[in-house]
Each structure stands twice: as C-alpha cells, then as structure tokens.
Design a protein around this ligand. Sequence first.
Ligand code: TPP
Length: 312
Amino acid sequence: MNLPPAPASLEDRRTVVLAGHDAGPVAEAFARAHGLPLLAEPSSNARFGPNAVGPYRLLLEHFGADSAQPIERVVMFGRPTLSRPVAALLERADVPSALYQPVPVAWYQPGRRTELPLENLADLADFAGRGPSDWLDAWLLAGAAAQHALDVVLAAEPAATGPSVGALVWRHARGQLMLGSSNGIRDVDLAGLPAAEPAATVYANRGLAGIDGTISTATGIALGGRQDTTLLLGDVTFLHDAGGLLLGSGEPEPGLRIVVLNDAGGPSLICWSTGLCANPDATRTPSSGSSAPPTPWTSRHSPQRTASGTAR
Ligand SMILES: Cc1ncc(C[n+]2csc(CCOP(=O)(O)OP(=O)(O)O)c2C)c(N)n1
C-alpha cells in the first residue's frame, strides 16, 4: 500500500506512528509518506518496511521529555496493548495523540481515552505533520544500536530465551502466525526484526488477552486460511487448551506448527502470585524470568500425537 507523499506545506513535527493491534498496513504507508518512525506491535500487521523500528520499546525514554529530540506527537493506528513504556507515552498530557478511526471501534470509549479520534487520513496528516529531516534517521540509528545490543545479549545466552525464540519464530513464520499471551507476543515485540515486506498475517487475542482456546483458535485460522500457520504460545496456555489438539474422526488436519515456550509456568504466574513484577519490561530480561530456562517444544499438529499430550 502506498499513500501520496506528505505535502511540503505540513508542519515539521517530531511525531511517531504507533501501530497497535489490528492497525493494518495503512499505518506503515502513513509513516513512510510522512517520514515518521513506525513503532509497530507484531499483531498490528504493520511491523515492516523502511520506517519500522523493532526494539522501539527500549527507545521511548531516549526520545523522552528531557532528551535532545523529544517526541512531540503520537499518531495511533489500532489498539496498543503490549508495553508500559507505550502506555506511559500515551498518558503524557504534554504529548498530544490522535487515533485513526475510520469506523467506530468498540474499545475506544470517548471520555475514557485521551486520543483525538480522526476519521480521515487528511485530518490525520494535518495532525501528524512531517518528520523533520533528522527525525527518522535518529530513530533508525537508535533502533539499529538497540537491536545490536539485544543481539549481543541474546547470543551470549546459551539457553533458549523468550526473546530469542520469539525472534526466530518471527523470522521464519510464513503464511499465518498466531501469537499467544502473555509473553510470547511481547518477546516478539521486543526482538522480532521488522522485514522489508510482511511475511505472515499475524493474529492474537488482545484486549483481555484471553488464553482460553488459543490452540483451537490457531487451528481455525489454519483451516480457514488454508495456509501454513505457526502458533507461538507459553506452556500454561498450551496446557490450558491441550484439548484443542484433539481432532474428531473425519476432521481435517490443520497445517499448524506449534512452538511452546516452556518456562515451567513462569513468569506471568510468578508475577501474579508474588506481585514482584510490577514492571514486566524491567523484570523480564533475556536472562531473567522463571528459575527454569525456557525450552521451546515444537511440533506439527498431528492427530496421532494429540491425545497422549505429546509435543516434545
Ligand atoms: C482465560 C484467561 N484466564 C486467565 C488469564 C490470565 N493469564 C494471562 S497470561 C496467563 C499465563 C500464561 O502463561 P504461559 O502460557 O506460560 O505464558 P507466559 O506467561 O510464559 O508468557 C494467564 C493465566 C487470561 N489471560 N485468560
């Protein structure tokens, strides 16, 4: 998708494009047309292209109020749900934000959210302005440095970690990709390198981020989409819906690859039961989390292996 380049008459503004769940490729096209950095969650289906900054979550402070280049405005597509730094940015009264909302969405309740809803791209363009010449470059440079630092940390960790598995799944998934709650999708948000073009259509249960029926949902997506489908999910979510692996006789076998991040039940459960993880972004580093190192179990969804709880 392409949009016409932003007219030169628009104001120069240090705006960021935030693409939350279900934003769609229009967010990428908008960022490109306006020369703005694109901060895109994995299930935005906009995490690609030359303006996308993968580890953006680590950089919001770098472009914070006291920095040399503070963020001035936020243009939002879809619903961001994944990280506290993003929530904190949206809460800032000194950074106006607007939401592209061509049709009403259930989660946007006027009076309860601060973003200005705008129905058309022309109004959004006026709000966003154009990125000053060094704005996008500053983000891309900082993004490359953060990605390099992340790669070094992940490479130094001999065991599989959530972010390292998430990055691999993101890189290799083709067709359709479903990302489970709660850390699977966050690991990809942190470590999944944006590609030039989208390689897979991404699905996730956001909003309440339910773990119910994750395997069943991915099975339906695989069968309905008739494409190779990958599901990344945590061990608790996997066990919670293990019944979803069962296929009745005569039911078609989905082309579903399941990657389970086995971290022995943590860290969400550890956070909840101990209250120690008030800031998951600070506590879930590649080398922290539960006491057991995560082990990815991968399996092709197969009816022969389902009933006995397989997927080793
Ligand atoms: C139906 C439902 N019940 C409870 C929750 C709360 N919840 C969110 S994540 C989670 C545990 C997920 O654990 P796991 O699958 O191991 O993933 P990880 O936390 O390791 O990413 C639970 C119980 C939920 N999201 N949905």
